[in-house]
Design a protein around this ligand. Sequence first.
Ligand code: DX5
Ligand code: ZN
Length: 219
Amino acid sequence: MKTIISPSILSADLKILGSQVRAAREGGADEIHVDVMDGRFVPNITFGPDIVRACKDSSDLPVDVHLMIVEPEKHLKNFIEAGASTVTIHYETCPHIHRSLQSIRELGAKAGLTFNPGTPVDALNILADLVDQVLIMSVNPGFGGQKFLPIALQKIKQVNEILKDNDSNAIIQVDGGITSDTILEVYRAGARNFVAGTAVFGHPEGIAAGIAALRAALA
Ligand code: DX5
Ligand code: ZN
């Protein structure tokens, strides 16, 4: 399975978002990760559907939308119509998670399910056939630039087993503290989609160098 690098615009220079997305594309990114935060599920407030549209219109990269918001089911249509290819929702925010995941696919996007560091992944045993992506948070969501939490490694391994047991070809994505120092052990645990904000948009030699450093660490 191809390794996906998914730069998070949370760390991009928002004054020049379009050119940052294009630079990520030229630097070899496979998709663009948009971290949506509502100031309720997580302390920070970030982006809405218009920013998804802006990213979608800036390059041909798929836009991977991570909804760190309460009641995400109310906003699925707007984010998907704005151009989201994948919409990932938090298990912790959906009392009707089974229905919410079905709705994402019915609206024409790939369905992602994500768990915070402190949330067990056991529910995946009954939701595996509804997801195209499982995102394991390796930081407590809300801000970029945080330190990788090693607890994520055992959860990635567990998700890998559950997906195999369910004959699922969903991809395992990891988000938070992914750098050239942490990416290889995360890959070995079973992840194939890597969200990186600081390591890409904050790289001292620029975006392409940030992506290249992540790929070099996997080589
Ligand atoms: C949750 C966000 C961040 C971001 C990645 O807070 O999802 O994890 O995407 O941030 P870095 O790569 O800077 O840790
Ligand atoms: Zn994210």
